[in-house]
Design a protein. Structure first.
Length: 87
């Protein structure tokens, strides 16, 4: 399993266990919109940011905390992989 796939699975678990998304983890697709499909609200996004920083050991600045990076599980995983690589 690739690091990105592992990260996406971890993000699914965070969404279900910590952010109480009403969709089971295996029903969340990598490209589902976190806001439109899963119903994540602004407080949920802030909590997701904090959980990502804690879980993956990255710092997410305000300028990086954008809809482009936090649109879906896939975009978050791509962002975190880049950040862990130092980009």
């Amino acid at each position: 399993m690739s690091p990105k796939t592992t990260m996406e699975n971890t993000l699914r678990e965070i969404l279900v266990a910590d952010l109480y998304v009403d969709v089971p983890a295996d029903g969340i697709h990598a490209d589902d919109s976190l806001q439109e499909t899963l119903g994540l609200d602004s407080l949920g996004f802030v909590e997701l940011r904090a959980r990502c920083e804690q879980q993956f050991g990255v710092n997410i600045s305000d300028t990086d905390f954008t809809p482009v990076n936090f649109r879906s599980i896939s975009t978050i995983a791509d962002f975190v992989v880049r950040r862990q690589a130092g980009n």
